[in-house]
Design a protein around this ligand. Structure first.
Ligand code: G4P
Length: 530
């Protein structure tokens, strides 16, 4: 295959949802269509169950499963589809945010009864920051939920994006009869089926056709005609360019567990979703068609066996062809490296690959050379942008309980931070280590790993901070006044950026008022200019 064709055929995307909306189920059905798995139930549920908060072994097991299903690749209609899995659990939101920097588009799954939920809003914010094209799948139409028009309004207002339905449900819950494909003018009748992908498609050239009444009944047919009329009147015609620019999200309805509406979603996804897109670096915009290889690390996964501290770095290829056993330049370390066993991920099997193309994600065995955000090139000194840190929500101070083990503790916490498990803020005097996370679960993971993998002896002491804000200012005098006044609440992040640890929303607001020339950034993305 020619280089340009290989790029054009790639579709790299992530599926995101609030937990329980149906992300895992939809992923599985997509794999079923792609022939990557043969039966439903083959993909293990990699979400961390809510009840598992204190069950560390459960977390470990889940981590093990999630590395196998981190990237799922399959061919469909001439396209090479790469699904990047994202953890559903809220405590791992940061991991999901980073994965979103490695995708070219996103499918957002919504539960029709719950509508837009908290986690959906946050994930969508990240997509909006990067103008990532989004397709919305409204799931569980076999259950009673909110009215379709109300849902569309809610999507628009809460997600801050225009929507455009491309399929439309006929009834819902017990009355759910199927979906009308507005895009292709065909009707797909619902037959609950959890394992097969049989379809009962009726072609309806003209909605006025009386055949529709015979198929779905008089009242539903009248209702469908009225609703489609309304859609055509209220919503602009679907414009692919607007979708690609992240301005409008096409909406599909269905029931993932029943395999319904999924084919419409996948077929349309193949038609409209973007092939690998260019990425900004600190020196230039890198186009996938550029034959010089480049890529960045967006995820690092530690080995589950504490005796072997090797890790897998997940590299998204941005441009050029990656080849096994060829030297590439690790920009941050200014060092050339080659990789004997790069892996690809086909559903649950990992296999060594000889080459890979823009849009692909490969796994590189790593003994500690990589940090999240690292760039590999063919020699050029450039660094990809776009892996922001968000303010953590929980802060705890890491205390060393054994002075003889302080080296182990230092090394362990630095490596875990490199993996992106948490954020670290160093406070003076005394090099105090404040660890910040989005969820309590990470503290358990960190504590367990520091003890078992690094032999450290430590504990976490809660600190009552509300938010970490990255500080920049052009007014040096005001900045130094601020630094003097707030010295007890200042810290440096892992890249030595100045961070203000605000104790309450009120104190943050006061600081913003008292020091108007300072900018209080809520993400570290201020350096990245999205
Ligand atoms: P998640 O990854 O987004 O967290 O959600 P997941 O796919 O695990 O789905 C959450 C629950 O919703 C599962 O039920 C799943 O079977 C159910 N579900 C998914 N799609 C549909 C749908 O279209 N209709 C209906 N009625 N239910 C759906 P569970 O009881 O939590 O797990 P399971 O024992 O069924 O696997």
């Amino acid at each position: 295959m020619k280089f340009s064709e290989a790029i054009e055929s790639r579709r790299t995307f992530g599926i995101i949802s609030h937990p329980d909306a149906g992300k895992t189920t939809l992923t599985e059905k997509l794999l079923l269509f792609g022939g990557a798995i043969q039966t439903a139930g083959a993909v293990k549920n990699n979400k961390i169950k809510k009840s598992a908060t204190s069950d560390f072994m459960e977390i470990e097991k889940q981590r093990g499963i999630s590395v196998a299903t981190s990237v799922m690749a399959f061919g469909y209609q001439g396209k090479q589809i790469n699904i990047l899995d994202t953890p559903g659990h809220k405590d791992f939101a940061e991991d999901t945010f980073r994965t979103l920097t490695a995708v070219d588009s996103v499918i957002l799954v919504i539960d029709c009864a719950n509508g837009v939920e908290e986690q959906t809003e946050r994930l969508m914010e990240v997509c909006r920051m990067r103008n990532t094209p989004v397709i919305i799948f409204v799931n569980k139409m076999d259950r009673d939920g909110k009215e379709a028009f109300d849902l569309l309004d809610e999507l628009e207002s809460k997600l801050n994006i225009k929507v455009r339905p491309l399929t439309w449900p006929i009834g819902m819950g017990d009355r759910f009869q199927g979906v009308y494909n507005i895009y292709q003018k065909s009707l797909n009748l619902f037959s609950a089926n959890k394992t097969k992908i049989a379809q009962d498609v009726v072609s309806i050239g003209d909605l006025a056709d009386q055949h529709l009444n015979q198929v779905i009944g008089d009242d539903p047919a009248i209702e469908l005609r009225e609703e489609i009329d309304m859609i055509e009147g209220v919503y602009d015609a679907f414009d692919r360019e607007h979708y690609l620019a992240g301005q409008v999200a096409p909406v599909f309805f269905g029931s993932a567990v029943n395999n319904f509406g999924v084919k419409e979603l996948l077929d349309t996804f193949c038609l409209i979703s973007p092939s690998p897109r260019p990425r900004e670096s600190d020196t230039r915009k890198v186009d996938p068609s550029d034959e010089r290889f480049s890529g960045f690390v967006f995820k690092i996964h530690a080995n589950l066996d504490p005796k072997h501290r090797d890790r897998i770095a997940f590299l998204r290829i941005v441009s050029g062809r990656f080849e096994r056993n060829k030297f590439y330049h690790h920009v941050r370390l200014n060092k050339d490296m080659k990789f004997a066993n790069p892996t690809s991920f086909m559903a649950q099997d990992k296999s060594v690959i000889d080459d890979a193309y823009p849009g692909d994600v490969i796994g590189l065995y790593d003994t500690g050379s990589f940090k999240i955000g690292d760039t590999l090139t063919t020699g050029e000194k450039m660094q990809f942008k776009g892996i922001p840190s968000f303010s953590p929500e929980i802060f705890q101070e890491l205390e060393n309980l054994d002075p003889l083990k302080s080296k182990q503790l230092e090394k362990g916490i630095r490596q875990l931070i490199d993996e992106g498990v948490a954020q670290l803020f160093i406070q003076q005097p005394g090099n105090r280590k404040i660890v910040g996370t989005v969820g309590q679960l990470q503290f358990e993971v960190i504590n367990h790993r520091l003890i078992h993998e690094y032999g450290a002896n430590c504990r976490f002491v809660p600190r009552s901070y509300y938010k970490a804000c990255w500080i920049t200012s052009k007014n040096d005098q005001q900045l130094s006044m601020f630094q003097k006044a707030k010295s007890n609440f200042l810290a440096l992040d892992k890249d030595e950026n100045l961070v203000f640890l605000a104790q309450t929303p009120f104190l943050l607001q006061m600081a913003e008022q008292d020091y108007p020339d300072l900018t209080f950034h809520h993400t570290s993305a201020f350096k990245l200019e999205f």
